[in-house]
Design a protein around this ligand. Structure first.
Ligand code: HEC
Length: 124
């Protein structure tokens, strides 16, 4: 638990530092990640087998939540990866660094997520 407090503090410090940097298409606060690299990790570490290639959710081992357009803040996102509540395997820092998680988070935030029929029918 001491460790997670330290992480939380580090993330907070990073968030404060990033606040002054130009933000690309971010409507949620989180460390700036590299979405392209995040996609590679997402595929490499097999997140897609359960959550779908577009983060649309899946049913590989029981239902896995939709990740695209996640409402989770970065801290909550990382905490879930480190210590998932249910069937998801835990990803320790040896497997996924905080930077990797930030990249995955950026990738997930870049996903369009489910669209309403209205949006789809007015496609240009
Ligand atoms: C074996 C299937 C499986 C794999 C692989 C997997 N997940 Fe999950 N994930 C789940 C399930 C099931 C849940 C629901 C919570 C639980 O059961 O632990 C979940 C929950 C989550 C959540 C919380 C979503 C929410 O809105 O509550 C996030 C974020 C997440 N996964 C991200 C990832 C990422 C990133 C990876 C790859 C590094 C990954 N998962 C790999 C099955 C998986």
């Amino acid at each position: 638990m001491i460790g997670s407090k330290r992480f939380a503090f580090a993330a907070l410090t990073m968030a404060v530092m990033c606040a002054s940097a130009p933000v690309v298409a971010a409507d949620q606060v989180g460390p700036q990640g590299d979405a392209a690299n995040g996609k590679q990790i997402y595929l490499r570490d097999a997140c897609f087998t359960c959550h779908g290639r577009s983060g649309q959710g899946g049913v590989y081992r029981g239902p896995a939540p939709i990740l695209a357009q996640t409402a989770l803040p970065f801290d909550g996102f990382r905490a879930l990866l480190r210590d998932p509540p249910g069937d998801m395997p835990a990803y320790s820092e040896a497997v996924l660094s905080d930077k990797d998680i930030a990249d995955i988070y950026a990738f997930i935030e870049s996903l369009p997520g489910p669209r309403s029929p209205k949006e789809t029918s007015s496609s240009q």
